[in-house]
Design a protein around this ligand. Structure first.
Ligand code: HEM
Length: 223
């Protein structure tokens, strides 16, 4: 039998008709939505700082000063939340040979010819990409963010380094916005996925169609 990972608590076949398969327990889901909410608020306040024409967005936070104060704190919330999710899900997101085969069949993925695709474990290569891209970008945003957090760390780095940090922070934020759009689009496009993160389960049919090895593993588990 394959080793059980920390992230798998709550993965089980539920005795319902049609069959449901538990995918995320409550803790993981709450943490995921805290991450999602903090990311959206960070993007909105960040956009307001970046483009003068979008400065009005700071009204959502109670004005420019409040937004400037809140932005780095939300960044810390995101970093801690993502660290927890990272530790939970990392074992399931290690790239495997199946991922290479899956990516080679990108045309069949778009055409929804599932029968031509390899059977997969809990995540596909697209989900693994989002997982690692978000991890790298959050790390970069955290590092550069601390460098430009003048109120908390006024003399941490010299001015030229701070200028580079501002550039790095903006580039990482733009890449994160793109990854975010990709993630949300994929979650909506693959019908039946959202319930994994809202209610904690997917249907047996969804699991069979998209993550058959994971389903077989969960079904074969005696607990
Ligand atoms: C409104 C925004 C969001 C929606 C609707 C959403 C939706 C979802 C859904 C439905 C899943 C379950 C997918 C599955 O298990 O097959 C998921 C997983 C996940 N989400 Fe989100 N999400 C959002 C925002 C975010 C953000 C901002 C991040 C990171 C900063 C994020 C990171 C992840 C990660 C790492 C997973 C685990 C699957 C993977 O490795 O890709 N999500 N999300």
């Amino acid at each position: 039998m394959r080793r059980r990972h920390f992230s798998d608590r709550g993965d089980r076949i539920l005795d319902r008709n049609p069959v449901r398969v538990g995918r995320y327990r409550l803790f993981t889901r709450i943490n995921h939505w805290i991450i999602a909410a903090s990311t959206i608020l960070l993007l909105l306040s960040g956009l307001a700082f970046y483009w003068p024409s979008l400065f009005w967005l700071t009204a959502l936070f109670g004005g420019g000063q409040a937004a400037r104060w809140l932005h780095p704190i939300l960044g810390l919330v995101l970093a801690v939340g993502y660290l927890l999710m990272f530790v939970q899900l990392v074992a399931r997101n290690i790239p495997r040979h199946d991922d290479v085969v899956w990516v080679r069949h990108i045309r069949d993925i778009v055409d929804q010819n599932e029968d031509k695709l390899p059977t997969l474990g809990k995540y596909n290569a697209g989900q693994k990409f989002v997982f690692w891209a978000m991890a790298g970008l959050i790390l970069l945003l955290l590092g550069t963010g601390v460098m430009i957090w003048h109120q908390a760390f006024p003399d941490l780095v010299p001015v030229p380094a701070r200028r580079w940090a501002v550039l790095g922070h903006s580039v990482a934020a733009a890449l994160m916005a793109m990854t975010f759009v990709l993630h949300v689009y994929a979650g909506i496009w693959t019908r039946g996925t959202l319930s994994a993160m809202t209610r904690g389960w997917v249907t047996g049919g969804w699991a069979w169609r998209h993550h058959r090895k994971w389903l077989k593993e969960v079904a074969g588990r005696r607990d």
